[in-house]
Design a protein around this ligand. Sequence first.
Ligand code: ADP
Ligand code: ADP
Ligand code: ZN
Length: 221
Amino acid sequence: MSRTARRIILLGPPGAGKGTQAERLARRLHVPHVSTGELFRQHVGGHTPLGQEAEASMRRGDLVPDAVTLGMVAERLAEPDAVEGAVFDGFPRTTAQAEALDQLLADRGQRLEVAVLLEAPREELVERLTGRRLCGACQATYHVRWSPPAVPGRCDRCGGALMARPDDEEATVVRRLEVYDTETRPLVAYYAASDRLLTVDGLGSVGDVAARLEEVLAPHD
Ligand code: ADP
Ligand code: ADP
Ligand code: ZN
């Protein structure tokens, strides 16, 4: 009998809704949500050596070098909660990272089951990113129009102050979308070639998209 996959990556351009959906999905599957962007932001905020290596690339909207990213992911996967699976969000982003992830999992007798491509038109991505707000304290994500907090500027969960990410400023968004096209989009073919690609339309409400995701991931036998 098959069961719902529990080692999943959410693939897609910045603003497609990967973080929003990955968090819900990980909670539903009882596996950790592994967001490399969030891990990098924690390192930058904590002024760690890794954060210092990552910061300049992030500010420009470029990718952090593969070696830095892969070291951080290997460390995360070595934590005990990642034994049962993980929902990867924003990783892998290059073919080298995808190959390294397959190898890393194979070394542990595990396998990435599926990559889900979340898609949305470019105008929607730009609108979502420029309106995105993050809680500085707990990292909860909001949108000024589509998921505003109850009290403007304050996190519903913890009361923390909300802020825009520095790389969500429009010029950097344009750069990140270019980087997606050149560096990350080739992963669609990479996962399709090994028969691990599913596609979900990212337009519509958060609940609509979550329902589509659940449907494509449902065990089918
Ligand atoms: P990603 O991780 O792919 O960059 P996020 O999940 O952070 O995307 O979403 C980007 C922005 O769009 C956030 O402000 C989020 O609140 C908002 N958002 C996410 N999903 C939807 C949706 N289905 N409809 C409208 N806005 C959304
Ligand atoms: P978004 O959710 O908008 O797509 P993320 O939070 O995933 O953005 O990533 C923010 C930034 O962190 C990226 O623009 C990049 O500089 C860096 N980053 C995140 N994940 C990776 C990765 N897998 N490889 C290289 N750089 C990454
Ligand atoms: Zn908060």
